[in-house]
Write a protein that binds this ligand. Sequence first.
Ligand code: FAD
Length: 401
Amino acid sequence: MMQAAYDYLLIGGGIVGVSTALQLKQRFPAARILLLEKETTVGRHQTGHNSGVIHAGVYYAPGSLKARFCREGAEATVAFCERHRIPYQRCGKLLVATSPREIGRMEALAERCTQNAIKIELLSAGELKAAEPNIAGLGAIRVPATGIVDYQRVTEALLKEFTGLGGETRFSAAVTALSEDENAIEVVCGGERIRTRFLISCAGLMADRILVMLGIAPDFRIIPFRGEYYQLPQSYNHIVSHLIYPIPDPDLPFLGVHLTRMIDGSVTVGPNAVVGWKREGYGRFNFSLRDSLDNLTYPGFWRVMQTNLRSGLGEMKNSLWKRGYLELVRKYCPQLALTDLRPYPAGIRAQAVMADGGLVHDFLFAESPRSLHVCNAPSPAATSALPIGAYICDKVEGRAG
Ligand SMILES: Cc1cc2nc3c(=O)[nH]c(=O)nc-3n(C[C@H](O)[C@H](O)[C@H](O)COP(=O)(O)OP(=O)(O)OC[C@H]3O[C@@H](n4cnc5c(N)ncnc54)[C@H](O)[C@@H]3O)c2cc1C
């Protein structure tokens, strides 16, 4: 029987994969650990295309993994940035209600913050105006713990620490086939066969396909949801001092177009949420036959479309019609004009959807005897990457024997 070359092999150099690799190496210093990433560097997909928000954990169902990991992750991310001198800011965020209906929702959200042990302040219209003169609303929730960071930089620092401890990485290394036997998993990568005692998949937009490679039929499918942004002109870099979010519609899975201060000083508007037709295609009209067929042949896709028909069409319209997009942000920042929305790269969310059309809200994992798969790690997984990595280490401890 051929010896396994590695104790742990990880697929995916996004923030979740790299955080997990580092924590494995810290916990099991003698373990042989290899991280495979198909791109030329870390963080080329979701990790490098997001809003850069260190979420405090406002929205998530109490008791869920998201609620727990986000709260712990916000603190762990800040501590990591301190240790590695990575710039971050705890600028706080405001969730702004712009109609009497949203005031009701805002109160429900405030209650959820209390359940999730998140410190907030409720602001009246006057207090909101005093805090943010360029923002209009009937009231707001202020969440002081929310912050901003560049997750690409965090991931690069995680990687440096991992390799510094003797962890191995290979880039331009796409995994194309897998097989599992009693003793090991064989990983095919660039024509080479690598045996590992245990496999951890953190493949983001490709999570379901890694399971299929291993002969496991996933009970979900990844549906890509594009998040399109604009950037405001530099003259608006100080238009707000907090991050400004709308009160989300509880029936919709995404947070709504927000004004985000980025750590480089700029301000972005977005992201929206429209179906993607190429999982890793960032251009508005990028299309992949395989990815589109994966959407169209999946009953869960049609059920999501049916359930969210009105909002989905609205998002699609605003994606193509900039003025509609502008109106979403003008609801709370009325001074912005069409010419203020400048192009900015989109991101693509890996959202797991069940066959009945249910969007998987929490982080989701799957396992085989010798593998563990991160199946659903959308926002706030960048914030939560350190606790997710620790959780995976707990789960796999003693299983690389
Ligand atoms: C628009 C948008 C905004 C967001 N905003 C925030 C935010 O403000 N705050 C927050 O906390 N979260 C945010 N998120 C979510 C966050 O970015 C993701 O949850 C997080 O980056 C997921 O990391 P990951 O490592 O799981 O996935 P990814 O970063 O996508 O990494 C997966 C990696 O696996 C690799 N891979 C896939 N298949 C293979 C293969 N066969 N072989 C080798 N390698 C492979 C890919 O190349 C990729 O590098 C946002 C996401 C989006 C899209």
